[in-house]
Every structure is written in C-alpha cells, then in structure tokens.
Write a protein that binds this ligand. Sequence first.
Ligand SMILES: Nc1ncnc2c1ncn2[C@H]1C[C@H](O)[C@@H](COP(=O)(O)OP(=O)(O)OP(=O)(O)O)O1
Ligand SMILES: Nc1ncnc2c1ncn2[C@H]1C[C@H](O)[C@@H](COP(=O)(O)O)O1
Ligand SMILES: [Mg+2]
Length: 198
Amino acid sequence: MADKIKDAKIIFVVGGPGSGKGTQCEKVVAKYGYTHLSSGDLLRAEVASGSERGKTLQAIMQKGELVPLDTVLDMIKDAMIAKADVSKGFLIDGYPREVKQGEEFEKKIGAPSLLLYIDAKPETMVKRLVKRGETSGRADDNEETIKKRLDLYYKATEPVIAFYSGRGIVRKVRLESPLTGCSQEIRREGMFVMKEMS
Ligand SMILES: Nc1ncnc2c1ncn2[C@H]1C[C@H](O)[C@@H](COP(=O)(O)OP(=O)(O)OP(=O)(O)O)O1
Ligand SMILES: Nc1ncnc2c1ncn2[C@H]1C[C@H](O)[C@@H](COP(=O)(O)O)O1
Ligand SMILES: [Mg+2]
C-alpha cells in the first residue's frame, strides 16, 4: 500500500494559525489540481466521528496543544494512500508542526520538493481567527486558545522553516492585504509552484 505514494510529489504548507494556509491551498488546488490534505481537518473529522480517539484528540486541540506525532502522521499517510491513484501531488497543510514531524514524515513517506511558508503578522492572525470564530464552530477559535496556538507556533513550528531553508526549498508568501488585492503575489508565487509541480 505504502508503495503507492513512494514517488508522490509533496509540498508542505506551513504558517501560523490563521495565516491563510487553507485559503491558499484551495487556490493552488483550483489552479493546479493537487490534493489538499490539512492535518487539522483530518483530526477534526476524527473528532466529528465521535470515536474514543476523537474524544482524546478534541481535549488536546481545545487546549491549543499538538496531538501525538504518530497519530497525525498515520492519518496523513492513510489519506495520501486513499488518494494516490487520482492525485498529481499533495499539499500537506499544517504539517510539519515541529522538526521531528518532518524527519519522521521523510522516513515513512518521502521528502518534500517545496515548503510553502505562509507568513503573516501575529496581530493579523489573531484578528482573522477571532473573526473566523464567529462562524467556524471551531473549539480553538477563541482568544485564549488562539494565544496558546500562536505561542506554540513560534516555539515549535518556526524552527521547521529554518530547517528546510537550509535545503533551499522554502518559498515565502506574505498576504496581509485583502484577498482581492493580492493577485499579483499569488500569480508570482503560483508560477514558481507550478514549475515545482510539473
Ligand atoms: N489574505 C487574506 N486576507 C484576508 N483574510 C484572509 C486571508 N487569508 C485568509 N483569510 C481569512 C480566511 C479565514 O477566515 C481566516 C483564516 O484563514 P485560513 O486559511 O483558515 O487559515 P489557516 O488555515 O492558516 O488557519 P488554521 O491554522 O487555524 O487552520 O482568515
Ligand atoms: N501536524 C500536527 N501535529 C500535531 N497537532 C496538529 C497537527 N496539525 C493539527 N494539529 C492539531 C493541533 C492544532 O492546534 C489543531 C488545529 O490545526 P489547524 O492546522 O489549525 O487546523 O489540530
Ligand atoms: Mg487551516
């Protein structure tokens, strides 16, 4: 089964909470047909299933903490295998959250060809998440948990960007302006991503 994904094209999408990872992934999917897999979405689907494992995950996510590495990596791997036959490549959104996650992914699945780093100012991220919380229904879109997620991002996830920068595969996208006002930057980055995807 794992053979199905051993040569898969992989792009990691990393950025702070509310930086716009999911939003940008949808744009790339619409344009280039890659498969978008968000680790957070996979975890929330498990929570929604009502399983015992989902209950444990919910408690961790509600506190803004990271779930165990093996749990999230197994979920991503299974989702990749399920889509392998119809996928041109994978956008892995929200993973790795720490350097160790990247190392384990490479051991068990493969190396990324690109890391798309979605950058945003902390005050922008907080504002977006508070706004999203008005309608998202996400248990972690509240001010207390947002602060914890942001602190954890700077402590655990920022080193991931430095780690992959050393390999020369990081592309940074900063989108502070409203979505309608940033088409030029998306186009420029999109062309680069397209080259990587071909
Ligand atoms: N460039 C942008 N300008 C304005 N609003 C944006 C922009 N990008 C995203 N948003 C909005 C959409 C959402 O309501 C919110 C968060 O975006 P989203 O794509 O869900 O972030 P994310 O996937 O990085 O967050 P999380 O880590 O919490 O899943 O901000
Ligand atoms: N890669 C991950 N490792 C550990 N925990 C994760 C991972 N991706 C998501 N999670 C947990 C912890 C996060 O606060 C929530 C929500 O994730 P998001 O990417 O913001 O949707 O899920
Ligand atoms: Mg997201």
